[in-house]
Design a protein around this ligand. Structure first.
Ligand code: GLC
Length: 401
């Protein structure tokens, strides 16, 4: 993929319509969201006991593909014996990503940290026998990468959680509000443990669809996180109490109308380690989707699924390294830019420098031929090919009406 940068005095930049943020001060939020808006790329990590047999994370037992007992038997195989958090963090750094989000706990309820709550953790219930979260976050710190914590609100293993399998649940909240209250205390205590011990820069909640905001006590969850970490960013899966939107696997063809958003996407078809899934996207495809997201004002949160021993599958390492190479060469056109031209000016993705004097045009796969940009009301100072020393000529055709 080639990128052309046009250095010109461009008037006006693209402003996206605002997402209504009730009860949240817009100035405070704009300020704290700045690093996220500039970050463009995050790496998502789904690591849990599901990597032992390489089955769907949590959903495999929920959907009755495997019995709950067999699913939980995977606890015995989660060794983390080759886990090298420094290597993980270095690889993430190499991609150019500015933040990483790891599954502290998926819907199966197994915590990656030594939870003090009476519940499953890799520390107490697997041969790994250690906190795998802390060394990872410390390694991220060393590389200047922000700490993200994925946390599933749903906990299908907890005895006081109503949901269990798709065709059977434990109870109904309305019939036993006290039991639900016990769950509220439990999950909020776990959030508090993570917030206190690891101080995530970003919270990535998941599973809010199973209950409403008042049942999760979303407002309380948000304010208790912010009371300790006022600058923490919270994703949109908290029934209306998050800071940004999280389209999953794809986003609309037209520009999403959100202030901040992040596309989360798998490298193959699965979030966790799935050796039978070889349907990997090519680096070209991933870079194209990444550029498309950035061009439309969003970030990409690209997922990997390490094995139970902690090694990252070769195909995923390859993708991350290729993405890193590309980012290194084209850094200026991605990081620290803002969303590109509105539709109609250019048949492809674009970004703008923050001062809107440079427009970056992306030409996936094109190495020869003409490039057309419509409706320019500025004089063009220079045209360069990013990452090379090449300069291009231009010709003005017609007039703006
Ligand atoms: C969905 C799935 C979950 C996955 C998540 C990542 O919400 O429930 O398994 O972790 O997407 O975005």
């Amino acid at each position: 993929m080639k990128k052309i940068i046009l250095l010109l005095g461009f008037i006006g930049c693209v402003n996206m319509p605002g997402m209504a943020q009730q009860k949240i001060n817009p100035d405070t939020i704009k300020h704290k969201m700045q690093w996220f808006a500039d970050a463009k790329l995050g790496i998502f990590i789904h690591w849990g006991i599901y990597s032992v047999n390489g089955v769907d994370e949590s959903w495999s037992f929920y959907n009755n593909k495997i019995s709950y007992a067999d699913y939980m038997k995977q606890l015995e195989g989660f060794t983390a014996s080759n886990y090298n958090p420094k290597q993980w963090a270095d690889l993430i750094k190499e991609t150019g990503a500015r933040y990483a989000v790891i599954t502290t706990k998926h819907h199966d309820g197994v915590a990656l940290w030594p939870t003090k709550e009476h519940h499953y953790s890799v520390v107490n219930n697997t041969p790994a026998k250690k906190d795998v979260l802390n060394p990872f976050y410390e390694a991220l710190d060393k590389n200047g990468i922000k700490r993200g914590a994925y946390f599933s609100l749903i906990d299908w293993s907890y005895p006081d959680y109503p949901g269990f399998l798709k065709d059977s649940s434990r109870y109904k909240v309305a019939n036993d509000p006290q039991r639900w209250q016990r769950f509220q205390h439990f999950f909020q205590a776990q959030i508090n443990e993570i917030n206190t011990a690891y101080k995530p820069d970003l919270w990535w909640f998941d599973g809010d669809w199973e209950h409403k905001a008042d049942e999760w006590q979303s407002e309380k969850v948000r304010s208790s996180i912010l009371s300790l970490q006022p600058n923490a960013i919270i994703n949109g899966r908290l029934q209306g109490y998050g800071d940004y939107e999280t389209p999953e696997q794809n986003f609309p063809v037209s520009r999403p109308k959100f202030n901040w958003w992040e596309l989360c996407m798998t490298t193959n078809n699965n979030w966790g380690y799935h050796p039978d899934d070889i349907n990997y996207k090519t680096p070209f495809e991933i870079i194209t989707i990444f550029v498309d997201a950035v061009s439309n004002g969003g970030n990409l949160l690209l997922d990997i699924g390490p094995k139970a021993d902690g090694t990252i599958p070769d195909e995923q390492v390859h993708i991350l390294k290729e993405l890193g190479k590309w980012n290194k060469k084209h850094e200026e056109s991605i990081f620290g830019t803002i969303a590109g031209l509105p539709q109609g000016h250019f048949y492809g993705p674009s970004t703008l420098s923050k001062d809107s004097t440079t427009v970056y045009l992306f030409l996936p796969g094109q190495t020869t031929g003409n490039i057309m940009l419509k409706g320019l009301d500025n004089s063009i100072k220079d045209i360069q090919v990013v990452g090379t020393s090449a300069h291009l000529q231009h010709k003005v055709v017609g007039k703006i009406s």
